[in-house]
Design a protein around this ligand. Structure first.
Ligand SMILES: Cc1ncc(COP(=O)(O)O)c(C=O)c1O
Length: 371
């Protein structure tokens, strides 16, 4: 492998991608277990907003007995889209599934962006929006949220220029956990730009813009099966798009973008909805318990959440040292320290025993993070 800076192949690459920082993904449990020198089953993974209860047992059984893995999956995702019709309450012509909602973020940008076009990113928010914008040759325009992490609609409106194509709103927002009210979404829709409301955590908030999609030609809602349905590893998400946009996306996507296992898993999950909803209720109830406990820790200032994680700025101490102290105890949370998001942690809601271990470790470590 030639990694010399003089390598000719480098000269053939897109120059705008060479300096790209790349997305910071999470680390798999086996690597975490090696790092903390503990068995993988003892790792407490609160860094990826995954579902601690796993997927529905119906999904596991159906995947074990499926006998069509040698056949390509349906490129038009007919059964999946039909099953989603009932769940979402809009027709299949508005629905397209993707390999996680991550893929749909990328596909939407591929559809709308020409090189140099702009995307409004309501910061702090999910890192895939700027990442995919840059990979697609677009320019990111950061519009800061207000001090309560609400989208600053007036600032977003002011930031719109001739080349603005897309505005991303995560609701509930990652990492802050708050939802954006419908009136703010509609104000942005009125600008005529494509407004993408990312509802990856919808099932934990119960707040959705999905029924509005058929009424507007520029409103998109993205959803995921990673969080509420415990299918992060299978990569399955979907979007509710204006029919014209859905038609174009079906045309430009990779034909087999949603694999067969994921397609089976969606149908079985929706057939076992009561089981999954019980899991969501358990996570919401644990979120409230965890929030109360975190609020009693002096060096943290947890922010109320409508998702399955809690954002915790560290108000007296060093978030990085606390993060590292927790890692040494085998507890993994997300740490942020960027120019716009200083000294904070994001903690996924796990099972009650995970919260107990976390709180006990935080008390031991203390704000200065020496534990
Ligand atoms: C706001 C938001 N959107 C989308 C995603 C990605 O979801 P998926 O696993 O469906 O790609 C995440 C994952 O963390 C997220 O936080």
């Amino acid at each position: 492998m030639n990694s010399s800076p003089f390598s000719k192949v480098k000269g053939l690459m897109r120059k705008d991608l060479l300096g790209l920082e790349g997305y910071q993904p999470i680390v798999p449990p086996e690597v975490l277990s090696e790092e903390a020198e503990i068995p993988v089953e003892n790792v407490i993974k609160l860094d990826g907003n995954e579902n601690p209860y796993g997927c529905s047992p119906r999904v596991q059984r159906a995947l074990a007995s499926c006998s069509y893995y040698h056949i390509y999956p349906d490129p038009e995702q007919r059964e999946v889209r039909r099953a989603l019709e009932g769940y979402v309450g809009v027709g299949a012509e508005y629905i397209v599934a993707g390999s996680g909602s991550d893929e749909l973020i990328d596909l939407v940008l591929r559809l709308f962006l020409e090189p140099g076009d702009e995307v409004i990113n309501c910061f702090p928010t999910f890192g895939m929006y700027p990442f995919s914008t840059e990979v697609c040759g677009g320019r990111v325009v950061n519009v800061l949220r207000d001090r309560n992490y609400a989208v600053d609609v007036a600032a977003a409106e002011r930031a719109i220029g001739n080349r603005t194509k897309v505005i991303f709103i995560a609701s509930p927002n990652n990492p802050t956990g708050n939802v954006t009210p419908e009136r703010d979404i509609l104000k942005l829709v009125e600008t005529g730009r494509v407004v993408v409301v990312d509802e990856a955590y919808y099932e934990f908030s119960g707040v959705t813009a999905a029924p509005l999609v058929p009424e507007y030609e520029n409103l998109i809602v993205l959803r995921s099966f990673s969080k509420w349905a415990g299918l992060a590893g299978l990569r399955i998400g979907y979007g509710i798009f204006p029919a014209l946009v859905a038609e174009q996306l079906l045309k430009i996507k990779q034909p087999y973008n949603v694999n067969l296992a994921a397609q089976v898993a969606v149908q079985e999950s929706l057939a076992d909805i009561e089981y999954l909803k019980a899991g969501v209720r358990a996570i919401i109830s644990e979120r409230e318990q965890l929030f109360k406990k975190l609020s009693k820790i002096k060096f943290l200032q947890p922010f109320p959440s409508e998702a399955n994680f809690i954002f915790c700025p560290v108000v007296d101490g060093d978030a990085q040292r606390i993060h590292q102290g927790l890692r040494r105890c085998g507890i993994f949370v997300r740490y942020f320290d960027t120019p716009l998001l200083r000294n904070s942690l994001r903690i996924s809601v796990g099972k009650p025993e995970h919260s107990d271990a976390l709180i006990e470790a935080l008390q031991r470590i203390g704000g200065k993070g020496s534990g």
